[in-house]
Design a protein around this ligand. Sequence first.
Ligand SMILES: N[C@@H](CCC(=O)N[C@@H](CS)C(=O)NCC(=O)O)C(=O)O
Length: 207
Amino acid sequence: MKLYYSKLSSSMAVHLVLEEIGKPYEAIQMDLDSQHQFTPEFLEINPKGRVPALVLDEGEKKVVLTEVPAILSYLAQINPELSLMPTDTLEFAKAQSFNAYLSSTVHVAHAHRRRGSRWSDCAECRTSMAAKVASNMSECFAFIQAHYLKKPWVLGDSFSVCDAYLFTISRWLEGDGVDINIFPEIRRHADAMLARPPIQRIAALHC
Ligand SMILES: N[C@@H](CCC(=O)N[C@@H](CS)C(=O)NCC(=O)O)C(=O)O
């Protein structure tokens, strides 16, 4: 398996889970500021020009998975002994609800700070959108703390891929102008993650 990732991006969630799984994988670092994601070689792997992209070992046929929630569910399902996602249908759907919220709402709210050109060609509008990021991210994390995050892990007693994803996105708060300490449960969760050796190894690579 080969993971294309960039430092501190959403791809860190996949990197954390691969390290937690503990089976061999290759991690290829991309520099998004240097536009590595738009090279012809990478666009052949992921025509979206985004990370993460996970290239699977499927014999001669190259299979590439993209989109964090899909990759996380796949990794959990091919390693059932680790119980990284619930097997109960309803509990699985609740875990997907959390991952989808991070991907489609929180990640998109954060992207308005540096990727505003996706939504507007007007410089003033982009500045105005960037100025809303701190309050939008605060709103999202207040919601997560109140409605999603159980204890000690996102889904309750069991560590899951959702924890890797939450930890990844919570690392964006400081850059987005939000003090994580105003969310004591999110802070506690981040500290619990950093007590896990596989998480420490990958977090050190994503500074
Ligand atoms: N919905 C995608 C989002 C992927 C994405 O936007 N990745 C960012 C890094 S966090 C990226 O590759 N950005 C490069 C660019 O916008 O040029 C997912 O969940 O995987």
